[in-house]
Design a protein around this ligand. Structure first.
Ligand SMILES: *Cc1c(COP(=O)(O)O)cnc(C)c1O
Length: 356
């Protein structure tokens, strides 16, 4: 039997954990074990292997439906390709002003889907407001303008907030009535499920989601995201699109095997619950520090907080790393991950206080 090793015993690196991003964390032991376990022997390439089939089945079980699943290297490609499955060159997609596809994907949706346009809408705390969507569609013109085809939601949002199943359903119902498909950027979908405390199905297809990007990287994989189509006919040309965009892994088994390391034992949810709990600990401790101001509700694994400049500078001097330029309000974004410890949180808050 393969015994998962401890990093401490084998690593020549011992990097300090930070609150900069959940993609700064390493790969969890279960995923490393799954990679090792999947390595011996020869298997057919490009996803026609038994390990990939097993990983796809794990998603079908998780979502309690016969979905179609693809494994790609990263979120930018996953989102762009997923959205593009519904779009032609005259289409546009609607998303919140603060969304990854709008501000952090370097025009990839438009690059990988020639002609595609992104139209942003508004809403408090990073969540799309139905009235803003209605407004955007009211302005819809005939042949002379781009035609809205997809609404894209991010869950957990860029500002660390959660759409609950009812909120998704409300937006999806309206979208459907206007002929729009529903895409969810779930780079932190696991954190959303943990926070909503519901079944993955309730936060996706049962609420009207057509395609979900289920984030693996921030949940403990070394790399990889899953694109989950809930209606098979929507994915008929997806493999071609993956290939053309350089996202079709030949040794697909390693992308797939990593997912087995997360899904076959409930680790995906355990990691997300842990990261959320660490964020809650951070949130509640920071709320006691008078010099700081919390900016958005804590619903996932992020805490947004305004920290006075001199204290930020001191934290940096002490070696802490985090971003202060994500989202509105100029606050610090503190991300917790699957490996954040209570001690990390307590030490960080002690250092905020030390600088107060
Ligand atoms: C991290 C993240 C992604 C994934 O981005 P890549 O760097 O392309 O893997 C996508 N959406 C959101 C909201 C993210 O936070």
């Amino acid at each position: 039997m393969f015994i998962p090793f401890q990093y401490a015993q084998v690593s020549s690196f011992d990097h300090r954990r930070q609150f900069a991003s959940d993609n700064n964390a390493g790969c969890c032991p279960e995923v490393l074990a799954a990679l090792q376990d999947s390595s011996p022997g020869h298997l057919v390439a490009y996803g026609s292997d038994a390990i990939t089939a097993k990983a796809k089945d794990a998603f079908r079980e998780l979502f309690e439906t016969d979905c179609e699943v693809f494994f790609v290297f990263n979120g930018t490609a996953a989102n762009s390709l997923a959205i593009g499955s519904f779009c032609s060159r005259h289409h546009s997609i609607l998303c919140h002003r603060h969304s990854h596809i709008e501000s952090d994907e370097c025009n990839a949706p438009g690059f990988l889907n020639q002609g595609l346009r992104i139209v942003t809408v508004e809403g408090a705390e990073g969540k799309v407001d139905l009235r803003s969507v209605q407004e955007a569609l009211r302005g819809k013109r005939d042949i002379h303008a781009s035609q809205p085809r997809v609404i894209s939601l991010t869950n957990i949002t860029e500002l660390g907030t959660l759409y609950r199943p009812k909120e998704i359903a409300e937006l999806a119902d309206f979208a459907k009535s206007k002929g729009l498909a529903v895409h969810v950027d779930g780079a932190r979908f696991a954190n959303a499920v943990a926070s909503a405390d519901c079944a993955p199905a309730e936060l996706s297809w049962k609420a009207g989601v057509d395609v979900l990007v289920f984030g693996g990287t921030k949940n403990g994989l070394a790399f990889g995201e899953a694109v989950v189509f809930f209606k098979k006919q929507d994915s008929s040309d997806f493999m071609y699109r993956m290939k053309q965009s350089g996202q079709l892994a030949s040794k697909m088994r390693f992308l797939a095997a990593q997912w087995l390391g997360l899904l076959s034992n409930g680790k995906w949810l355990e990691h997300a619950r842990h990261a959320n709990a660490m964020a809650e600990r951070l949130y509640s401790q920071i709320s006691q520090v008078e010099t700081t101001k919390l900016l958005f509700p804590r619903e996932g694994n992020a805490v947004f907080v305004k920290i006075p400049e001199p204290i930020v500078a001191r934290l940096y001097e002490l070696g802490w790393r985090f971003y202060t330029d994500v989202g509105p309000g100029g606050g610090a974004r503190l991300m917790c991950s699957w490996d954040t410890t209570e001690h990390d949180v307590d030490q960080f808050v002690a250092d905020i206080r030390g600088g107060a």
